[in-house]
Design a protein around this ligand. Structure first.
Ligand code: BGC
Length: 283
């Protein structure tokens, strides 16, 4: 018989397990709605302080800040057009001044301006390439400058910095009527893989997430009515639309040391959209 006084007390230890991203500072572009908002909130839940970038909608950015603070983290709303070199540089300046450094960049801001190809205006083309591709270049460049200058801080993370690029299944799936958007995301994919290859030796990790159809304001046409939703389900083997939080969780994991050996990878978070669902019954 084991003497009862030798049995360790079942009381739980009082120390708190550090959160996955404790002490880390993140910038999320386009963070006042949709996927960016969910990413900002998920990062805060995981212990990061977050800069909530937005270009329009100060009130919605303020709401996201409240969500971040409710999770015990610091938030800073910052208005900047990601396609403007000077505004992006100023945002990183303000971030390092306020938070001391940047450990994570989520390059999320993105727009769609759809049109039949032969009616697409140069403005529609340039606006989408400007935000979705040039915007990601400008943000990544500023972040990498900070990461290289600082290097690895082992108490904070195994790597010198992480960039998570928000891409799309349309970095691979052609998309009629959305040529500017598909071109921007195809560009994002090879831009990130090239940056990842160049910067991995500096212990900077660059990866991207390619969401499928997610319930956000960018694609209300695809899910708002029952008819549209049913049609959408033909493209999604898992037969549900993605929720912003599905992507937020992936952002946290890709930003954390749990994914430390992921370099230049694209994570498709799409309910199986990439699996050619049309072939489930055809071919
Ligand atoms: C687009 C959405 C679309 C989804 C799947 C995303 O990248 O922004 O509008 O529903 O791809 O087609």
């Amino acid at each position: 018989m084991i003497p009862t006084e030798k049995i360790p007390s079942p009381t739980m230890p009082t120390c708190e397990t550090p959160k996955l991203l404790s002490g880390q500072k993140a910038v999320v572009t386009g963070a006042n709605s949709g996927i960016g908002r969910a990413a900002a909130i998920s990062l805060a839940e995981a212990g990061a302080d977050v800069v909530v970038n937005y270009v329009a909608g100060e009130d919605t950015a303020a709401e996201v800040i409240r969500e971040i603070e409710a999770r015990g983290q610091r938030g800073m709303a910052y208005r900047a057009d990601v396609s403007s070199e000077t505004e992006v540089a100023a945002m990183f300046g303000a971030t390092t001044e306020e938070f001391g450094t940047v450990d994570i960049l989520v390059n999320n801001a993105g727009i769609q301006k759809d049109s039949p190809f032969d009616e697409m205006t140069l403005d529609q083309w340039e606006a989408v390439i400007g935000v979705n591709l040039t915007g990601q270049f400008l943000g990544a460049r500023e972040a990498v400058r900070v990461f290289k200058k600082r290097g690895v801080v082992p108490e904070v993370s195994c790597s010198a910095g992480k960039i998570v690029a928000m891409s799309s299944v349309h970095d691979s799936i052609p998309w009629a009527g959305h040529v500017n958007y598909a071109a921007s995301k195809g560009g994002v994919m090879l831009m990130y893989k090239s940056i990842a290859q160049e910067l991995a030796p500096y212990r900077i990790r660059v990866n991207s997430i390619a969401p499928g159809a997610v319930r956000t304001p960018i694609n209300t046409d695809a899910w708002e009515t029952q008819e549209a939703y049913d049609k959408l389900m033909k493209l999604i083997p898992y037969t549900r639309i993605g929720e912003p939080r599905d992507i937020g969780q992936a952002v946290v994991w890709l930003s954390s040391d749990q994914s430390d050996y992921l370099v230049g990878t694209t994570l498709y978070v799409d309910g199986g959209m990439m699996l050619y669902p049309g072939f489930a019954t055809g071919g």
